[in-house]
Design a protein around this ligand. Sequence first.
Ligand SMILES: [Fe+2]
Length: 242
Amino acid sequence: MGLLGVAALPGCTSTNDGPSPSQDAATGGPSQDAGSLADATVASDAGEQQCEPTVAQAEGPFGQDGLQRSNLNLYGHTGVPFSLAGRVLDEACRPLLGAQVLLWHASPSPPGAVPRTLTEDRDYTAAVYDHPLEAGQVTPDGQSVPTAERMYYGWMRSDAEGRYRFESLRPGWYLNGSTYRASHLHVQVLVDGAVRLTSQIYFPDDPFNDRDGIFLDCTPTGRCTMAINAQGEGTYDLVLTG
Ligand SMILES: [Fe+2]
């Protein structure tokens, strides 16, 4: 299996340091309750809703080339399951039908496997973005692969209510330069083939959140974490501008 390391991501430098994170917070255990799917709603003015635009974040070097599928948990790995559901909305909270929601993330870590230090931990197998298949092969869910495909990549179209949904395993941690990045999902939204949003979505209980410079760049500017309940059901609305 051709593993592709992810050290030194362009634009993904974290200079934070500090004590080692606690292990038990990263195993997918209880976290905050799932919020309403309308959690992007920020104001009502004369009866008109307004939704807070999703913060733009870097695409990173491993852009999306996955297939149309909502279940990304196809590869027999052990990990912490989660689902992510939400809506694609405009700033007036109107749903967008047929928006293409692309989701991708690094490979999972087994439950309980967490780096013991912020810098390289030789006892921890870092998460990777992977290329297991070549064009012409068939994925475990029976889809033929038109191009070399990475694991944990997929896309869906929003329905008439703007809703999308994915299932997967929580991504593990990988070194970004000298420190680990927080567990995160990459997301992109296309409308009529044009990219309208590129961002990253985080888990509220991840022990590396407050040590990841990319996450810390996001938090002063808006919503950066999904809401997720103890059953691993996450919600996050994607709000487009323009
Ligand atoms: Fe990433």
